[in-house]
Structures are given as C-alpha cells and as structure tokens.
Design a protein around this ligand. Structure first.
Ligand SMILES: Cc1cc2nc3c(=O)[nH]c(=O)nc-3n(C[C@H](O)[C@H](O)[C@H](O)COP(=O)(O)OP(=O)(O)OC[C@H]3O[C@@H](n4cnc5c(N)ncnc54)[C@H](O)[C@@H]3O)c2cc1C
Length: 418
C-alpha cells in the first residue's frame, strides 16, 4: 500500500528513516511551552475569558521568555521535520485558546509578510508586528469582509495606485479581524482589479498610526474571548508605494499574465494554505487534550452509585474514544506539518484534512467532557464549558469544515465540485 506522502516524495531515498520518536530539541521545546501554559496561561484563562480583553500582561510574559517575537517563531520553524511548530501550538492552546490566539494571532500577519514580502519589507515590518519586550505589539491579517468570508474572490476592499504620489489608497471594510484596530501593523488583502477575482488581489502593509484606518465594532464572541476580534474600516487610507507586499513590478507582471488569460497560481495558493492549516489543527488538539485530561481525572474522582463514574463502560468508552480521536487527529496534523516543511506535494489536501479532523474532534471531545462532568460541566466553575466554546471556532475560521471538505473533494477527484 502506498501512502499519499510516499507516492508524492520525489526523492524518498534521501528522507530520514521513519520515526515518531521526538528529538531532544522537540521534547525540550514541548516541555518549555507546556511549563508556560501550565504556570502562566491556564491560571489566567478564566479571568481573561470573562474580561473579554486582550491579555497584554500575558503577551508580555511570553515576550520575556522568548515565545512571543520573531526569534521565538523562527526557532519553532527551524525544526527540519516541521513538527515543533505544531507541538508548541498544541501545548500553548492546552493552556488556553483565547490567550493562545492573543499570542499566536500576530503570526498570521507575519506569515503573510514572510511569504509575499521582499527582504527589505520583512526587515522593516516584521519587528514592528511584535514590538519589544517592554512594549509588545500585535499584528492583524485582514482578508474577510462582510460579504466575502468563504468566498474570498468576492473581496470589495479596493487599492488604487496614485502614481504621482507613489502611494496606494485603500477603501473598504474588513470583518472579524483578529487584532483588528489594536494592531501596530495591519496586513490588508485588497483588490486591485476586481474583474480578475482573487487573481486581481494583493496584500498591503498599513504602518502604525496611518490615518484612514479605524476600528469598527469589537465583536462579542461565543469563545476565544481573550482574543480581540473587530471590523476594520479603510477610508481613503494612504500608504507609501513600498507597502505593497512583493513590490509593484511583481504585481504588474502578475496582473498582466492574468489579463492575458495565463495560468492561475491557485495551485500555489492552495499549497500555502495546506502548510498553515495543520498549525490551526494543532491548536484545536490542544483544547481537545485539555478537555480529555480534565474529564479523565474527574471520572476517576467522581463517585455515583458507590463507585467512580469511570467504572461504567459508558464513561470509560467515551474517554477511550476521546483519546483515540485526539491521537488520530494529531497524527494527521504531524503528517501535514512534515509534508509542508519537507516540500512534499499535498495531493489529497492533507493540510485541510488535518485541520478539519482536529477542529471536529475538538468540538466533539469538549462536548463529551461536559457530559462526563454532568452539571458541573455546564457551569463556569469548571473549565470544560469554556473549552467547548473555544473549540467551536475551529470548524469556522481558517476555512469552515464545509470548505475543507470541498478542498479535499476537489483534490481527490480533480473536479470542480461546487
Ligand atoms: C473569532 C474569529 C476570528 C477570525 N479571524 C480572522 C482574521 O484574523 N482574518 C480574517 O481575514 N478573517 C478572520 N475571521 C473570519 C473567518 O475566516 C470567516 O468567518 C470564515 O472564513 C467563514 O466566513 P463567513 O463567516 O463569511 O461564513 P460564510 O462564508 O457565509 O459561510 C456560512 C456557512 O455556509 C457554508 N458555505 C459557504 N460556502 C459554501 C460552499 N461553497 N459549499 C458548502 N458550504 C458553504 C460555510 O461552510 C458555513 O457553514 C475570523 C472569524 C472569527 C469568528
């Protein structure tokens, strides 16, 4: 039987021998992030969930230990197997997903600058995304709009080039932006030529304090409440020409190719999503694992009918299924993480698969956890109801479960399934 990964590997002989044993470096980083999640993040989780505010003191703590900042991310990314980034995200989100997103949300904007920017743009803007240890900052990656969520080709935010001034002028409204309005750096995806759909779009960096960018309503959410989410308005927002990621020459030749009906780079865009989605999946696994561990302990302690509730198969089997599903989801996340880092082709949308499975396992496992805790599970005195609320977003953002299924279905069939 051949797996997708080995069928796709062009030079399988050069690949290291298969092993799921973590290296000493991976174990050290896992334990380091877990220690932070356990001692700093989890004790603060309920408070910041209730406050529904950005946990700046915790972000600062993360910056102090080197977890928040470009060096920290670069360290996680350096692992040639690709697993460390997933492992670190799982541990941090095991502590708390709202605070986890407040710490990791900046990385979305950074990934976009890193993926599309020139070396000069990376040098100028990435440090500003994180700020300093004494004064940490956050960044925001704004794609979604009120009428363009799953369908990003429908974006209405425009970017017009004012040639005499060498400035771009942006107008429009962004929706549900993580860190929107409070960010030091906003990366805005806007359309330069709407007739070209997603091929007519480009990403722009809005430097700090730029007039014309304002925060709209801060969204009150079901979960992930320590992470700030808001609309962002762009009203004749003028930015220097150098803020177009990748530069104007590159954009002009891309637009010219698209207008001539040249090949779309949607394959390349799909591969990029496949690389980032497992990280989101790892976050969902962190929440699911927290709920599983908590309910396992609870089921051992709680006695009804003269015995621990875990001594009933109904409870013990639920826990067995939770453990199995979480481990299965993690294996999909690790496979996709490894594929992304080692440059394997995602022939069956393995990245989307991992995010889909992990998100759905997180929702299901946290619901099971509430059931195992009974009445206690439904109260805010116990953390499982928060984990359930937090888990739900993982079937919605970064591509809904339906969109992941669409991507997988298209990849395996080669057809434009609608
Ligand atoms: C907490 C939070 C944080 C977010 N952070 C960011 C951020 O930082 N940056 C950003 O750009 N966006 C962000 N988003 C937006 C998020 O990515 C979108 O909400 C998501 O892509 C879904 O879009 P939508 O809400 O418009 O749903 P819709 O696209 O309207 O979908 C509604 C329903 O229809 C289904 N559906 C749509 N099209 C199809 C189809 N073709 N086939 C089958 N089913 C379909 C969907 O799966 C879903 O169930 C965030 C959202 C939230 C809630």
């Amino acid at each position: 039987m051949s797996t997708t990964a080995d069928a796709a590997a062009p030079d399988a002989e050069k690949a290291p021998a298969f092993s799921l044993e973590l290296s000493q470096d991976q174990r050290d980083i896992r334990d380091w992030v877990h220690g932070f999640a356990k001692s700093v993040v989890r004790p603060a989780a309920a408070e910041w969930d209730e406050r529904e505010e950005t946990p700046w003191p915790i972000i600062q703590e993360a910056a102090k230990i080197g977890l928040y900042g470009f060096e920290g991310v670069a360290q996680l990314h350096a692992d040639p197997t690709g697993l460390t980034m997933a492992i670190a995200n799982e541990e941090l989100f095991w502590g708390d997903a709202g605070i986890g997103m407040a710490i990791m949300g900046t990385n979305l904007a950074v990934a976009s600058i890193f993926g599309s920017g020139t070396p000069e743009q990376m040098g100028e803007f990435i440090p500003q995304c994180y700020g300093t240890v004494d004064e940490p900052q956050v960044a925001s990656f704004c794609v979604s709009e009120p009428d363009a969520g799953s369908d990003v080709s429908a974006l209405r935010t425009t970017a017009r080039y004012d040639e005499p001034a060498d400035e771009w002028v942006l107008n429009g409204q962004k929706a549900w932006a993580t860190n929107g309005g409070i960010a030091n750096i906003h990366v805005i995806v806007a359309t330069v030529d709407r007739a070209l759909g997603s091929r007519g779009q480009a990403a722009f960096v809005i430097p700090p304090e730029t007039p014309g960018l304002t925060q709209g309503t801060k969204v009150k959410k079901h979960g992930l409440r320590a992470s700030h989410t808001a609309d962002v308005f762009l009203d004749d927002c003028r930015i220097p020409g150098r803020c177009l990621l990748g530069g104007k020459d590159k954009l002009d030749s891309r637009l010219a190719r698209a207008r001539e009906g040249g090949r779309s780079n949607s394959q390349a865009a799909m591969q990029t999503f496949e690389v980032t989605r497992p990280i989101v999946g790892a976050q969902a696994i962190g929440i699911a694992r927290a709920a599983y561990e908590y309910s396992l302990d609870y089921a051992r302690e709680r006695k009804q009918f003269g015995r621990a509730i875990i001594e009933n198969q109904a409870i013990a089997f639920a826990l067995a299924d939770m453990k199995m599903e979480i481990d299965a989801a993690r294996l999909l996340v690790w496979r996709a993480s490894w594929m992304g880092r080692t440059g394997q082709r995602f022939t069956a949308a393995e990245g989307s698969m991992s995010k889909l499975k992990a998100g759905e396992v997180a929702v299901w496992a946290t619901e099971r956890a509430i059931q195992i805790l009974g009445g206690n599970g439904y109260t805010r005195e116990f953390p499982v109801e928060r984990w359930h609320r937090d888990a739900k977003i993982y079937t919605i953002f970064e591509g809904t479960s339906e969109i992941q299924r669409l991507v997988i279905a298209r990849a395996i069939s080669g057809l434009q399934i609608a």
